[in-house]
Design a protein. Structure first.
Length: 188
């Protein structure tokens, strides 16, 4: 009887210990969208200089690899989809609620949310809600209609002191997030 309780206790501790390392993924998409029509994508350009190039490159390269494996081609401009990434490895401010992310489309939308991944700081005037540590938000915007068609976020605890391990965790989190893109049964 006592041995059974020890095993149960050890199992509970193991479950809680490993859940702290697991990536948490949430996605949403426009269910009326035929995702099979999208063949190319372009990245929205960050408005601030990249100050964490290794992290930024890991994010972009991992997303590029995953999307190319799904048959999408990256182009520099005028892709069927525009990708917007936002997030951070530390707690930080995001745009204030109600701040428009995408203007009426007349070119690549400004990636003002990407400042958290590129290391830029937003002014106190535009600072808003906190972005959780180790969160990446990725949006796929239909360039022609200027509408978000798929949005997902993934959260992974990271230790900025352990750069190599953190970059590996970032890549794994992105792979897990993009398993949800395109949504299953989304083509008409």
């Amino acid at each position: 009887m006592n041995n059974g309780r020890c095993w149960l206790s050890a199992f509970i501790v193991l479950v809680f210990a490993t859940s702290g390392f697991a990536q948490k993924v949430k996605v949403g998409y426009d269910k009326s969208t035929d995702f099979s029509k999208y063949k190319s994508y372009a990245w929205a350009k960050p408005q601030t200089p990249v100050t964490r190039p290794l992290l930024y490159d890991t994010v972009v390269n991992t997303i590029d690899q995953e999307l190319q494996g799904k048959g999408l081609q990256r182009v520099e401009t005028n892709g069927d989809l525009t990708l917007i990434a936002a997030g951070g490895i530390e707690y930080g401010s995001n745009l204030a609620a109600g701040t428009p992310i995408l203007p009426v489309y007349g070119g690549p939308p400004p990636d003002i949310n990407a400042t958290m991944w590129t290391g830029g700081n937003l002014s106190a005037v535009t600072a808003g809600p906190l972005v959780a540590q180790g969160t990446l938000v990725l949006e796929f915007v239909d360039r022609g209609e200027n509408k978000v068609r798929w949005s997902g976020n993934v959260r992974q605890k990271l230790d900025p002191e352990q750069k190599s391990k953190s970059l590996d965790l970032v890549a794994k989190a992105i792979v897990k997030l993009l398993k949800e893109f395109p949504p299953k049964g989304s083509s008409k």
